[in-house]
Structure formats: structure tokens, C-alpha cells
Design a protein around this ligand. Sequence first.
Ligand code: NAD
Ligand code: GLY
Length: 362
Amino acid sequence: MRALNVELGQRRYPIRIGQGLLHDADALNRFAPGRHVMILSDANVAPYYLALVESAFAGKQLATLVLPAGEQEKTLARFGEVMSALAALGASRDATLIALGGGVIGDLTGFAAACWMRGVRFVQLPTTLLAMVDSSVGGKTAVDLPEGKNLVGAFHQPVAVLADTSTLATLPNRELRAGLAEVLKYGALGDRAFFDWISENTEPLLARDDEAIAYAIATSCTHKAGIVSRDETETGERMLLNLGHTFGHAIEAEQGFGGLVHGEAVAVGMVLAAQLSAQLDMAPQGDADRLAKTLGALGLPTRIPEGLDPQRLLARMRLDKKNVSGKLRLILWRGIGHACVVPDVDEAEVLRALQSATKTFS
Ligand code: NAD
Ligand code: GLY
């Protein structure tokens, strides 16, 4: 088992990564001291792992909510259902919410925990690679609106992240690859040596080699925990974690959250950010090409999906949370391992990048 902490001034919480953590009922109960527990999961995850987690909370007043799977469920309507279920349980302020699933369940549960009675505790039990390396850590919680990704949410930290890596055995290959996009993001934004290691280890990673996956998760969580500890509410450095996301979120929203999955959209978005950086003479074209090649070797898309209109994508990007005073603020890079915040990117240049990517790629 590997363990690290997210340090937030006087506050801190553990991230534990290892095989079989869901079997540790004592540990689960330690993070849920009150009378009420509500477990949220989705219809793909629940058949594998829900009974095990429920059994850990046998002594509690327990409710379980299993939602349909997928990004289309990360909505205000589902959030409302969670609120009603908490009311039906009679959950008091000492209640603990348990997120058993990927980033969709994690973000929704976290937002529900932030709002129920103005904030109760929650535990992240991530079951996708993406959730283990990114979404379960750092306290960003949200739901989507049809107008855009994660537009309604709150910063609300979990009390613990327990990543049972044995759950990855049932994860579909497409979702494994989507998680590897976020793993590569850490190398791309700030750790060239990690980027090199990933590009040299695409085969063991895709084959789910235990050691390679454990190293990828631990290194990613170390980066994420460090960045969140230094900038909890994204006033500076944390913005770098959004490399590729403004483009990616626009693609997801434009596809009605039913096309590329989040990690795939981030893969395309990172390529676009690297291409735009080269176009602006900020970074070598060779690094953009290398990023696209490594993502391709991981089985990820590197092209804007056919049929998406660059003008509409640009309009979506204008609603990104990082923008200020009507100006596009993007995460670009100076090359592999050197992401940076660019506060006022010329929209004409962004449109040119989107158009040329659409032309070249579709
Ligand atoms: P997801 O939660 O939709 O899970 C992907 C799919 O895998 C789903 O169909 C799910 O049912 C299935 N699944 C999950 N675990 C499984 C398992 N062990 N075995 C079999 N099937 C399993 O998607 P995701 O990629 O985990 O998360 C994406 C979401 O996370 C997006 O909404 C994104 O915005 C969010 N996110 C949030 C943050 C953050 O900091 N809060 C960071 C990155 C991403
Ligand atoms: N995934 C982006 C962040 O946590 O800030």
C-alpha cells in the first residue's frame, strides 16, 4: 500500500493506494464516524463492489443510491435526487457520503456533500484510473449544465481517498486509456522525465502491468497532491492541471456529453494546446508532434471529432471558468514539462488552431 497526504494548512487528508482496500471495513468506518452513511455508485460499478462496501457499514443507518452510468448523469436533476435520498434517510450533519465509482460519481457525491446541510464529510473510493489519478483528489466537485461542463460546483475536500487498485481489473479498456491521458497530463505539464517514462512504457501500461500502473498512479497522485496543497482553490499553479481542458470541455459539451469520454477529450485538447503553442511560437512543433504520437500509442484520439464546428467550439470555450473579463485564459506550454497560463489569448489564433485541426484531422 502506498500512502500520501494532501496538506491544506491546518487540514490534511490521506490518499491510500493499494490492492484490496475496499475489504478494510475498519478503515472505511474510521472515516465515517457518524450515524448516517449514504453510498453513491453507478450501474456498472455497483454489481462488482457495492455489496462489499455496504457490508463494511453494517452498523450504520445506511442508504444506497445507484445511478445510471455516464457523464450525461452528472446533472442538477441527479443532484436533486441525492438531496431527496438524504432527506429520506434523515441524514444529519454527522452523515458521511461515500463515492464508489469514477469521476462522475465522485464529482456528484462531492457536490452533494458540499451542499447537504451546508457541508458534510465524504470519502472517495475511486474505481477508474482517471478518478484514482485525478478527480478523487483535490476537492473539485460539480455537475454539468447543457451549456457547459462543471459549471455548478464547489470546492469541498474529501476526508479520505482510498484507491483500491484491484477494482481496475473490471475497468473497460477504453476507460483505462482515458485515465492514461490524465496520467500523461502530469508529465506534459510539469515532469518531462515522467513523460519520457510513459512514452517508453505504453505497452506495460496498456497491458495493466501491476508495477507500471502502481507507479503511474503514485507519481500522478504525488503531483496532484502537491499542486492542490500549494493552491487549493486554483488561484495560480492549479490552473496548470487544466492543460487541454478548455478545448476538451468544449468538445464534450458540444457533443452533448455523449461522445468522447472526458479523458479522450482531454487528449485531443492537449494536442490542440500544444499545436496552438507552436503556432504562437511559444514551443517547438516537435514537442506537439511527440505528444500526439505518445497519446496515439496509448490508443487515444488526437483529432477533433468529425462534424464539430470550430466557431461553436470557440463559443463554448468563452464560458470556461478560467476566463476573466471576457478574455480567453488558456493553459498552453513552452514544451514538454513546461505548461503555463496565458491570460489573454487572441481568439483569432484559437479559431485558426481549431480550424486547421479540423481540416487536418477530420
Ligand atoms: P466515469 O465516472 O463515467 O467512469 C467511466 C466508466 O467506467 C463509467 O461507465 C463507469 O460506470 C465505469 N466504471 C467505473 N469504474 C469501473 C470499474 N472498476 N469496473 C467497471 N466499470 C467501471 O468517468 P471517469 O473517467 O472516471 O471520470 C470522468 C469525470 O471526472 C468527468 O465528469 C470529469 O469532468 C471528472 N473529473 C473531475 C476532476 C476533479 O478534479 N474533480 C478531475 C478530472 C475529471
Ligand atoms: N482536474 C483539475 C483540477 O483538479 O484542478
